[in-house]
Design a protein around this ligand. Structure first.
Ligand SMILES: [Zn+2]
Length: 177
């Protein structure tokens, strides 16, 4: 369903009848268009601190909560975390399969963020008997707060993973999950 939705959105973006108030049809956006888009999109409609960071605090008694980076646009407001099962890959755990769960690659996809948090809350401890599990509940927190698909640089994160500037992220260290 997700892939189908993306295909539909892509089709709409190139359809000749499509109207959009920023830029000109057939001309790639530059800095000016991206800045104009950001000025319209940067409307905080919900709180990353309340919805995600507060929950991560509660997980610390049962799991390892590790900050792996922060959004370069506001490192204080948008720290990025991974929640890992205890003794992740250590000793005998090295023989268990590894699972990575991510939510909020597209910040407006609320169910991914809330679903990842719900999994940690309700199922991760039991599942840790059989798996090493790492959960990144919200890859793109500015987009989560502003209910946007793109990040603040007007980049669609899942089209740009290879540039290593996902959210965009300033990495604290190499990501070793
Ligand atoms: Zn998506």
């Amino acid at each position: 369903m997700h892939a189908a939705l993306h295909a539909l959105q892509n089709y709409r973006m190139v359809a000749p009848s499509h109207f959009y108030p920023i830029g000109k049809p057939g001309v790639a956006w530059g800095e000016a268009e991206r800045a104009e888009w950001l000025s319209r999109a940067d409307v905080k409609s919900r709180s990353y601190a309340d919805d995600v960071l507060a929950q991560l605090e509660q997980f610390k008694s049962r799991f390892d909560v590790i900050q792996y980076g922060a959004l370069s646009q506001d490192t204080q407001r948008y720290p990025l975390h991974v929640v890992k099962t205890r003794d992740f890959g250590v000793g005998a755990n090295g023989d268990k399969p590894y699972i990575l769960i991510t939510g909020g690659t597209h910040g407006y996809e609320t169910s991914g963020v809330l679903g990842a948090l719900l999994f940690v809350q309700q199922h991760m401890e039991k599942s840790s008997a059989h798996y090493n599990i790492a959960v990144i509940p919200c890859v793109s927190p500015w987009s989560y707060e502003c209910i946007q698909r793109w990040n603040a640089k007007a980049i669609d994160p899942n089209r740009q993973v290879h540039v290593y500037d996902l959210a965009p992220t300033r990495w604290c260290s190499d990501v070793t999950l």
